[in-house]
Design a binder for this molecule. Structure first.
Ligand SMILES: NC(=O)c1ccc[n+]([C@@H]2O[C@H](COP(=O)([O-])OP(=O)(O)OC[C@H]3O[C@@H](n4cnc5c(N)ncnc54)[C@H](OP(=O)(O)O)[C@@H]3O)[C@@H](O)[C@H]2O)c1
Length: 223
């Protein structure tokens, strides 16, 4: 598959680009093509040191959206609406993965707090902006530091929510491709608000116990 990552020059998007590049063509998106190209070259260097050969290109967010089958939205919460409103046409009919958390840092407050999203969650907000895309929510509860370090066994469950059954299956199988991750179908998109709100708790635990990246695992569920 061709996977575009909007804002893939940032921490979480770059980590996902490295992890998904083993089996897929990755299109790192940015507001500036040169910045995306630089990130793609950096990713290729990291992967070649691990003897992984793959295709990663750097493009503008718009070009990456046009070419991709699956588009991951890896943007700070406060720039999600403005960015996606410009990409409605490009994203029509596509699987759009919402990984965002409405952290209160968007208004200059702490990362251990969230702000209210009128639609209920970032994922539902994205679905409202992109009514003709298949929005799937996931990857909010894994930390970029672990994703970026290819020697780090992520060892987490990834809760995945969405209203389109096939799109959700695709994203669950993508999650399962990352060693140590178990993708779990958590239900419809409306459940995303609970998934997103686990992240500030994990950030609080990272701070309190000086962890690289706390995660979650659901007990009692044998898939
Ligand atoms: N970091 C984590 O550990 C983590 C964990 C779980 C979930 N998440 C979620 O993942 C998403 C990305 O997080 P991140 O930490 O990777 O974010 P980030 O590094 O702060 O930003 C990601 C990218 O957003 C783009 N961007 C910045 N300002 C923008 C603007 N005004 N308009 C449009 N694009 C802009 C930048 O790309 P260009 O300058 O190249 O355009 C930047 O590289 C967030 O929604 C976050 O909640 C992050």
């Amino acid at each position: 598959m061709k996977i575009a990552i909007l804002g893939g020059t940032g921490d979480q998007g770059f980590g996902l680009a490295l992890r998904f590049s083993k089996n897929h063509e990755i299109l790192i998106g940015s507001r500036k093509a040169e910045k995306a190209v630089e990130a793609s070259e950096n990713a290729l260097k990291i992967l070649s040191e691990k003897k992984i050969s793959t295709t990663i290109k750097g493009l503008t967010n718009s070009e990456a959206s046009k070419l991709a089958d699956v588009v991951i939205v890896s943007l700070p919460f406060e720039y999600t609406i403005s960015t996606l409103k410009e990409l409605k046409e490009e994203l029509k009919g596509k699987i759009v993965v919402s990984i965002g958390v409405p952290l209160a840092t968007a208004i200059g407050d702490k990362p251990t707090r969230v702000i209210t999203c009128p639609q209920g969650s970032v994922a539902e907000l994205i679905q409202e902006i992109l009514p003709e895309s298949k929005v799937v929510s996931g990857f909010q509860n894994i930390c970029s530091k672990c994703l970026e370090d290819l020697d780090c066994e992520v060892n987490c469950d990834v809760l995945i929510a969405g209203n389109d059954v096939e799109a959700k299956k695709t994203v669950i199988s993508l999650a399962n491709e990352i060693p140590g991750i178990r993708g779990i179908d958590a239900g419809k998109l409306e459940i995303s608000k609970f998934i997103e709100q686990i992240t500030p708790l994990l950030i609080q635990l990272n701070i309190k116990y000086k962890l690289k990246g706390a995660g979650i695992q659901i007990t009692g569920l044998n898939l």
